[in-house]
Design a protein around this ligand. Structure first.
Ligand SMILES: Nc1nc2c(ncn2[C@@H]2O[C@H](COP(=O)(O)OP(=O)(O)OP(=O)(O)O)[C@@H](O)[C@H]2O)c(=O)[nH]1
Ligand SMILES: [Mg+2]
Length: 258
C-alpha cells in the first residue's frame, strides 16, 4: 500500500497484549437477557432450547479456535479458556475479545431457528465480554468452580422461586416468593421443594444444576480394515461437576495437545 501523508495516524493505535504464560479466559455474557428472555418467552426457570443453542454456538467457537482447550457455559454466559502458551494474534486482548464475541453471537443468531423454530426473533441479541488471565491451574480451576457454584446456587433458587410463583393452588407474587426465600439456605430450599412440590432436586437434569463443559479429549482412532491407529483431538460435551478433582483427573490432556 502506498504511503500517504495520512498514514501517521496509525501510530495512535494501541493494543494490550495479555500476559504471557497465563491462561486466558474470555467470558461472554448476554446483554440484558432478562429482557431478551422475557420478550422471547423463555421457559422458567430454564429453557433447554436456549442452553442447546448457546452450547452449539460455543462448539462452533471452539472448532474455529484450536487454542481454546475448555469452555464452560450456564445461563446467558460462556467462558472460553485458551492454553497458557498460546501465541494466537500475539495475545492481543481486543482482537481475541472481539473475535470470540462476534463469532459466538453470529452463531447464536444463525442457529436460532434450529431450536426456536416457532419463535420469531423480535430483535438481535448481543453479548458483552471480558478477558481475564490466570497464572496457575489452581487459579483457573477456582475460576471455573466459581462459575459452576454460581450456576448451582442460581438454579436452586430459581427452581423453588418459580414453583412458588407458578403454584396453581396458591400462587405467590414475586415479592412474596422473594420474602419466603430471603433467609433460606440450600438445605431449606431442597426441603421446601420436596415437601411442597414433590420435587427431588437431585433428580433435576444435570445440565441445569451443573452447566455445560466443552473440552478437548484425545481419542485413539483405529480403522476397521487395518490396525493403523492415530490419536485425534475431539471436542466433548458434558454436564459434570467441574468443581471436583474427578473431572480434572480423568482429563489430564485438556491442556496438552494431541
Ligand atoms: N426464563 C429464562 N430466563 C433466563 C434463562 N437463562 C437466562 N435467563 C435470564 O437471563 C438473566 C441473566 O442474568 P444476568 O446476565 O445477570 O442479567 P442480564 O439481564 O443479562 O443483564 P446484563 O448481563 O448485566 O446485561 C437471568 O437473570 C434471567 O433473567 C432461561 O433459561 N430462562
Ligand atoms: Mg447477562
Amino acid at each position: 500500500m502506498a504511503c500517504t501523508k495520512f498514514e501517521y495516524v496509525k501510530k495512535f493505535e494501541s493494543f494490550q497484549s495479555l500476559l504471557p504464560n497465563c491462561y486466558i479466559v474470555i467470558r461472554i455474557d448476554g446483554h440484558s437477557f432478562h429482557r431478551f428472555t422475557s420478550i422471547h418467552n423463555f421457559k422458567k426457570p430454564n429453557d433447554r432450547r436456549a442452553l442447546d443453542l448457546a452450547n452449539l454456538a460455543a462448539m462452533k467457537v471452539m472448532e474455529e479456535f484450536q487454542d481454546i482447550r475448555i469452555a464452560y457455559g450456564q445461563s446467558d454466559e460462556y467462558s472460553f479458556v485458551f492454553d497458557k502458551n498460546c501465541k494466537i494474534y500475539k495475545r492481543r486482548e481486543s482482537k481475541l475479545v472481539s473475535l470470540i464475541t462476534s463469532l459466538f453471537t453470529a452463531n447464536y443468531v444463525f442457529n436460532w431457528s434450529k431450536y426456536f423454530s416457532a419463535v420469531e426473533l423480535q430483535y438481535l441479541p448481543s453479548f458483552d465480554s471480558r478477558a481475564v488471565i490466570y497464572p496457575s491451574l489452581e487459579n483457573l480451576r477456582d475460576y471455573m468452580s466459581w462459575r459452576c457454584a454460581d450456576c448451582h446456587i442460581n438454579n436452586l433458587y430459581n427452581t423453588i422461586f418459580w414453583c412458588l410463583v407458578q403454584d396453581e393452588s396458591s400462587p405467590k407474587t414475586v415479592s412474596e416468593a422473594q420474602d419466603i426465600l430471603k433467609d433460606t439456605d440450600s438445605g431449606m430450599k431442597n426441603e421446601m421443594l420436596f415437601s411442597k412440590f414433590g420435587i427431588n432436586y437431585n433428580n433435576i437434569e444435570e445440565i441445569y444444576k451443573k452447566g455445560t463443559v466443552l473440552y478437548r479429549k484425545n481419542e485413539l482412532l483405529t480403522k476397521s480394515d487395518s490396525n493403523i491407529s492415530r490419536v485425534k483431538s475431539v471436542i466433548k460435551m458434558d454436564h459434570v461437576d467441574i468443581i471436583n478433582d474427578k473431572f480434572w483427573k480423568e482429563n489430564p490432556e485438556i491442556f496438552k495437545s494431541a
